[in-house]
Design a protein around this ligand. Structure first.
Ligand code: FPP
Ligand code: MG
Length: 300
């Protein structure tokens, strides 16, 4: 199964997509918590890993729906740092599945380029086996010029770890910074999501109404949507229902969200918001991250 599925819409599904899209206020950025894979596997008397594999197939469908809906950015929770605590067998199976899927990216470069999909893995990849780090770096480098759909895969990720890493980065690379340079905005620049606007909507399946340490910094104004369906059973109708719910929420939220976006733009580097010390630091951070990726992706 490819990363972006060739989902064949029935005529009435195309109609429903068009109606929802025409309603306006389609989220620019949507985050998915793909929960319920093991419950699905259990319900079908399948091994746990088959639940995760089915989950991947549904992710590929969702990406297709997002592309066709005009959504620009998707962030999906594929492997939490908490998941390392699962049985050795399940962790190894999940890492093998990831190996298979990241290898696949290297093979379907052309298709991803056609769709303009840029893959970014967010998370503490140092915790992963080296061969997987390498595949991830290659996949990221291979698609770095694409800009139609940004796909952020949270892998080996938790929010608390992300924030901890951000502080560590400031301490490691921040020589020359002064206490007054430390701000929310600076911490935000050190998060893995540095190049993204916050998600407009977070979509979680399986009836759990928790955030589970996912994008906690980023979702302060995000519309949360919970549905009882298990992730491997998600259909286009569940997806559209989520988008529709978001559209209704937007009618109340829009003035506030617009205000937040303006605030974001005002704070951007182009507006001379940062001191030279901070700009130097951010440059250092950029080249540090690029070098890490580049040397990983070119080793072997
Ligand atoms: C949560 O369901 C799901 C996961 C921990 C893994 C999700 C991974 C995939 C869908 C595969 C994607 C792979 C890549 C490389 C993007 P759960 O295991 O918590 O199920 P449960 O809630 O029923 O116990
Ligand atoms: Mg779960």
């Amino acid at each position: 199964m490819s990363w972006v599925s060739d989902y064949q819409y029935k005529w009435y599904e195309t109609l429903a997509m068009n109606v929802v899209r025409a309603g306006g206020n389609v989220p620019r950025h949507i985050a998915f918590v793909m929960d319920g894979n093991r419950r699905y596997a259990k319900s079908q008397c399948l091994p746990k890993i088959d639940g995760h594999s089915h989950g991947f197939e549904k992710l590929a469908n969702c990406l297709r729906w997002c592309l066709d809906m005009g959504i620009k950015e998707v962030t999906t929770f594929a492997f939490s740092i908490e998941n390392y605590k699962r049985s050795e067998e399940e962790v190894n199976d999940l890492l093998d599945l990831a190996r298979e899927k990241f290898r696949k990216i290297l093979l379907e470069e052309q298709k991803l380029n056609e769709h303009g999909v840029r893959i970014r893995v967010i998370g503490n990849i140092n915790l992963l086996p080296e061969d997987l780090q390498l595949l991830i770096a290659k996949a990221m480098m291979l698609t770095e010029h694409n800009d139609k759909l940004f796909l952020n895969i949270a892998f080996s990720y938790t929010s608390r770890d992300e924030i901890t890493q951000a502080v560590e980065t400031i301490v490691k690379l921040g020589e020359g910074l002064e206490p007054e340079d430390i701000s929310q905005r600076l911490i935000e620049e050190c998060l893995y999501t540095r190049n993204s606007l916050p998600p407009d909507m977070l979509f979680r399946t399986s009836g759990e109404t928790r955030i589970s340490d996912f994008l906690m910094w980023q979702i302060s104004t995000t519309v949360l949507y919970f549905t009882n369906i298990l992730w491997p059973q998600i259909t286009l109708w569940n997806f559209l229902c989520g988008i529709f719910t978001y559209q209704r929420a937007c009618l109340r939220l829009e003035p506030f969200k617009r205000h937040k976006r303006i605030e974001h733009a005002m704070q951007a580097k182009e507006c001379n918001y940062y001191s030279d010390r901070v700009l130097n630091f951010l440059q250092k951070l950029d080249s540090y991250r690029k070098n890490v990726l580049y040397s990983l992706s070119t080793s072997n």
